[in-house]
Design a binder for this molecule. Structure first.
Ligand code: NAD
Length: 354
């Protein structure tokens, strides 16, 4: 085990797909972290991009070294060699594979951040920055909860603290696949998730203990985003919906679109992401619509969109900062992360954009 807490935490990323390549770029932008390398199982266009960006590339998951050599992609070594160089590894391998990798991280004496495709007991604790930032202190491993759970946990953190949640019912309209996934569906049809309630509610409680939330889910043929349909009974409701809109709009990692912005749904949110031009054209915030937030007595209704490919990226960064005590609190960690990623904090936005 390494003793001293380093000044710049040395980070490796094992699994360089949808999440891994985004987390690698995010780590490389942080002032208190250093990206030591990324690990891939086989050569492809993403491996070529890693080389082009100057990220040392390591072979992992039983991959064939010679395949990289034949493709002309120079390897810096094996996953074991990467683990010898880092303080923490972010595991972004496919669902359930992180659990197989966990023993290797433990024996190498490196801390680890896992993703939401793993069961919660893969790590010492589950994590969402706004919900339970401090849980990482002294931990050897954390699991950043899934995209849907992250979105729900962020919203619940703000709403429960402000007005108290008596009961939360959410229907999760899930994207069928990520844009590059050609082996998943449905391509037509709506699939109810026949596990009731869905796993998302219990998963939110891994970061917000006791939250009275129940979730149902349907899968639909889209690749862009998830959308949550929320009905929340509040203990101490605010006077009007404007107060809710203001609270969410002034919270980090929320984007509340106004009617004049003409963002009708997820296609325009993605177009907004392309226009804004953060890496991968991502939208890492919870996305809400001003006209899609309503208050009826104690009942709060709202829609929120979640860009599944990117919403957990800042949370991975905060998870590292939490484990290594690099920030005083969640607010400071999120501020550093978001500034580095180009997410403009609410207080710094022009009035018309707030
Ligand atoms: P992905 O399939 O896009 O990428 C996974 C990468 O890991 C691939 O490059 C694959 O070749 C590589 N890999 C395969 N076996 C490996 C091994 N043994 N060791 C290391 N790498 C290996 O998957 P993803 O979408 O990036 O998902 C990664 C994790 O993030 C999963 O736990 C998933 O549930 C979670 N997650 C995904 C999303 C999403 O919408 N894509 C959102 C939030 C969380």
């Amino acid at each position: 085990m390494r003793g001293d807490v380093p000044k710049r935490v040395r980070v490796g990323v094992n699994g360089y797909g949808t999440i891994g390549k985004r987390v690698a770029d995010a780590v490389a932008k942080q002032p208190d972290m250093e990206l030591i390398g990324v690990a891939k199982t086989r050569p492809n266009f993403e491996a070529e991009r890693a080389i082009a960006k100057g990220y040392p590339l390591y072979v992992t998951g039983g991959g064939d070294r010679s395949a990289f050599e034949r493709a002309g992609l120079p390897l810096a070594g094996t996953i074991e060699q990467l683990l010898a160089e880092v303080d923490v590894i972010v595991d972004a391998s496919p669902d359930k594979v992180g659990r197989e990798n966990a023993a290797r991280y433990r024996s190498a004496g490196v801390r680890a951040v896992f993703q939401g495709g793993e069961k919660s007991d893969v790590a010492d604790a589950s994590f969402t920055a706004m919900a339970n930032y401090r849980v990482g202190q002294g931990k050897r491993s954390l699991r950043v909860v899934s995209c849907n759970t992250t979105g729900l946990a962020r919203a619940a953190s703000v709403i429960d603290r402000a007005w108290g949640v008596e009961r939360w019912d959410a229907t999760i309209v899930r994207r069928g696949a990520d844009p590059a996934e050609t082996n998943k569906g449905p391509i037509n049809g709506i699939l109810p998730t026949l596990q009731m309630p869905s796993h998302h509610g219990p998963d939110v409680r891994t970061v917000l203990e006791g939250l009275p939330i129940t979730t149902l889910a349907v899968v639909v043929p889209t690749t862009l985003m998830h959308v949550h349909v929320n009905r929340v009974r509040l203990r101490h409701p605010p006077a009007d919906a404007a107060e809710v809109i203001h609270r969410l709009r002034t919270s980090p990692r929320f984007r509340v679109f106004r009617s004049w912005e003409h963002v009708d749904g997820t296609p325009q949110v993605m177009e907004f992401g392309r226009d804004r031009g953060l890496g991968f054209n991502d939208v890492m915030e919870n996305v809400l619509w001003e006209a899609g937030i309503g208050l009826d007595g104690p009942e709060l209704h709202f829609f929120q969109g979640i860009h599944q490919e990117s919403v957990v990226v800042p949370e991975n960064i905060d998870a590292i900062r939490s484990m290594f005590s690099l920030a005083a609190d969640a607010a400071e960690s999120m501020r550093v992360t978001d500034e580095a990623l180009g997410l403009v904090p609410p207080a710094a936005r022009p009035t018309s954009m707030k």
